[in-house]
Design a protein around this ligand. Sequence first.
Ligand code: ADP
Length: 331
Amino acid sequence: SGDAASPEEEVIEAALRPKQLDDFIGQDRVREQLSLVLHSALRRGRTPDHVLLSGGPGLGKTTLAMIIAAELGRPLRISSGPAIERAGDLAAILSTLSEGEVLFLDEIHRMARPAEEMLYMAMEDFRVDVVVGKGPGATAIPLDIAPFTLVGATTRAGMLPGPLRDRFGFVAHMDFYGPAELEVIVQRSARLLDVRIDDDAAAEVAGRSRGTPRIANRLLRRVRDFAEVRTGGEVTRDSARAALKLYEVDERGLDRLDRAVLGSLLRKFGGGPVGLSTLAVSVGEEPETVEVVAEPFLVRQGLLARTPRGRIATPAAWAHLGLTAPPTAPL
Ligand code: ADP
């Protein structure tokens, strides 16, 4: 998705990932439900139900998949929907899984159709039909696979076909994190990265992180850089504010993309309603990026609303960008 981690960031993220359910901060309900699913399966000596994690980028889906494998004491195989272009790609993965292995499929809503159908049977019966040959001579050879646990992740649960969604025994919806949870995450990451940060500064970073741990960790590194070079090293509220200003993250946590989307909606479309793809083109982004990365946060902030006729700006959006709503704007 549009807010994916860069390769360098992935190395840092790996170091910051909580390794056990108990270290995973926030998402209390999901954590408790998941803990029950895993521990009851362990008690019965069975592989747990397949798990679907839905939620925006950077909310901890990959982290939870790793934790699931760790809690079960099983290996983890990682792939993603876009990497599975043909049914054969999936068959190659499934046929080499070991007993009880956890298979993490990120962006599962983007898997190719024939692979998706193969996955249905694999999830339900731990069996796949491998088609050999082409045309009238083609034959389907049934192949048993080891019982495994699928952990699917999607930024758009609504995009999943019903038959696929129904095959997950447990569906977890991950929502934005609250400021207090993010503050704990910032403080934990600061400890792991050896960054000195005072409580006010941690709160400042948390409050501008768009409810998202990945962004909290990203902003923490930026305020650290700033403090190292410009001030004595310890991150204080003033140095954090100055750094965030430099990186164009405003007081509500809107970043450049958020403000571009909102600004375009206001300036070019008079506050809307405007369709998603038109809005996306106007800021030079893919519709999916605007929909998945920017909009949920803007909606949550009460700055943008999705209506059947298109996207509209709220009065708060005009105020936030310091613009005056025209008299005809939908209020
Ligand atoms: P996703 O797969 O949903 O895009 P990740 O699992 O890759 O998100 O998480 C992004 C970063 O945020 C990781 O570095 C991870 O350590 C951190 N993170 C996510 N959720 C939490 C959490 N609940 N507690 C602490 N850190 C978290």
